[in-house]
Design a protein around this ligand. Structure first.
Ligand code: TGC
Ligand code: FAD
Length: 390
């Protein structure tokens, strides 16, 4: 048998179909040409300077809502979608987030719960990147426990009035439409709020030390009057936003494999070129142990992602499988990023190398879309049958 390839030790990409490999290669080339050369500057600036231009380029690439069927979306399978997330997050978690929030959260909410009119009005433009969407679930006092939300939608004749505050909303300040989740007399419902509606404001969160190449916002809704047609008619109860989260969490299961791979590959390259004590540091046993730990984490995380992807393809992926993947793979990526940073010595703390940027980003990735603790509790509940959330 051939010796393992250091960049795909368990030859897991051989398991991809031709179509999945083509999508991987297309996104990888786009990421190398259009994203990687700019990402350190965007990160340092703490924003994506031309978010609209980026949305259009990602739309032309075909990755916005790529797993959805119809309405201008590509309708690719879960593994192809995962591979795209992986290649984007190999550059930066903030860029994968851009795609996740647009496609897996905002567009998925409209696709799953929207009226035919809402789908026709919004989805083709969002798939093309001509319109940007955001997804407002979290509030200042309601994060892991979204059921405690205070944002309220009350009936006003045939329409609705929304009041409340959403917090930590990706792309909130650049969005054309916000999917806002609000408590009503019938439980939690979703609303499609054009961001130019009077009473709606978005304030950008400053001074982040993580996910800096991403726009994060507070959404304030003060007496926002909406027509009856703004309600996502199919949404009902907390299960509706949670079912959208499953799609984005699945993208993260794959995405963080990309972040981990980028950190491992940077460490491998550095270890073979950096010399101390008269030899490449990759020749020291302690460095080899670090490389072995990293290659195991990257490949095990990839195997987990691929398995969950194939389960999803078969319609056999439960949301607890996704919790397993998010819990395991984010932790693996965090270990790899930290180990890689140590291999890079002082250089590892700069933006010249991707590792500290990934390491800082992964703090966000471990927090959003369900914290590490929330996913541990989901797995605990799945295996014991006992809920320990409250
Ligand atoms: P609980 O009573 O357990 O559940 C309420 C209803 O929802 C159902 N359910 C789910 N359905 C689909 N998918 C899931 N993952 C689901 N989890 C639960 C459940 O069966 C129930 O249905 P029904 O019919 O019986 O009513 O609700 P709970 O209040 O006890 O909370 C459960 C918990 C803690 C797991 C959940 O609330 C949770 O996941 N909390 C974390 C919140 C979170 O992840 N927020 C993310 C905000 S969006 C974001 O971060 C975007 S980041 C940008 C990017 O993605 O890049
Ligand atoms: P809290 O829920 O207050 O948790 C604090 C700590 O307590 C955590 O360690 C948590 O695990 C722990 N904890 C909570 N409950 C329990 C429990 N029952 N048992 C044990 N430990 C517990 N949200 C959106 O809706 N849309 C977005 O687009 C979005 N984008 C984001 C972008 C960024 C950069 C960030 C940082 C967050 C984003 N979020 C978004 C919000 C994110 O989903 C929340 O931050 C996350 O759900 C956690 O909520 P919290 O920050 O309020 O923490």
């Amino acid at each position: 048998a051939a010796a393992p390839d250091a960049r795909d030790f368990l030859a897991l990409d051989r398991e991809l179909t031709d179509e999945e490999r083509d999508i991987r290669d297309t996104v990888r080339a786009f990421a190398a040409d259009e994203l990687l050369p700019n990402v350190a500057d965007w990160y340092e600036a703490g924003t994506i300077p031309d978010a609209r231009g980026l949305a259009k380029r990602l739309g032309a690439l075909g990755v916005l809502g790529m797993h959805l069927e119809g309405y201008g979306c590509a309708g690719v399978g879960p593994v192809a979608y995962g591979a795209a997330c992986r290649e984007l997050e190999a550059v930066d978690s903030g860029l994968r987030s851009f795609v996740s929030v647009q496609g897996s959260l905002a567009m998925t909410a409209i696709h799953k719960f929207g009226s035919e009119e809402q789908k026709r009005e919004w989805l083709p433009g969002m798939a093309a990147g001509d319109a940007i969407g955001c997804f407002g679930l979290t509030e200042p006092d309601s994060g892991s426990d979204p059921g405690s939300m205070r944002t309220r939608a009350r009936r006003d004749g045939d329409g609705w009035v929304l009041d409340g505050t959403k917090m930590w909303i990706t792309n909130g300040s650049v969005a054309d439409a916000a999917v806002v989740w609000a408590a009503t007399d019938d439980g939690v419902r979703g609303f499609l709020v054009p961001t130019d509606t009077p009473g709606f404001t978005a304030n950008t969160v400053r001074h982040k030390l993580s996910l800096r190449a991403s726009i994060t916002s507070e959404l304030v809704l003060e007496g926002v009057r909406l027509p009856g047609s703004a309600l996502l008619p199919g949404s009902r109860g907390l299960g509706s936003p949670l079912s959208c989260l499953n799609e984005a969490r699945y993208g993260i299961v794959w995405g963080v494999v990309g972040a981990a791979r980028a950190c491992y590959e940077s460490a491998l390259e550095y270890a073979t070129t950096r010399e101390q004590f008269g030899q490449a540091i990759g020749g020291f046993q302690l460095t080899q142990r670090k490389l072995a730990d990293m290659v195991v984490d990257v490949n095990q995380a990839q195997m987990t992602a691929l398995r969950i992807g194939r389960l999803k393809e078969q319609g056999a992926c439960h949301h607890n499988h996704v919790s397993f993947g998010k819990f395991a793979n984010v932790a693996a990526a965090q270990r790899v990023a930290r180990t890689s940073r140590s291999v890079h010595g002082a250089n590892g703390i700069t933006l010249e190398y991707p590792v500290m940027r990934h390491m800082a980003n992964l703090e966000t990735v471990a927090t959003y879309e369900g914290t590490e603790e929330i996913h541990a509790l989901s797995i605990g509940q799945a295996v014991t049958g006992v809920s320990a959330f409250r």
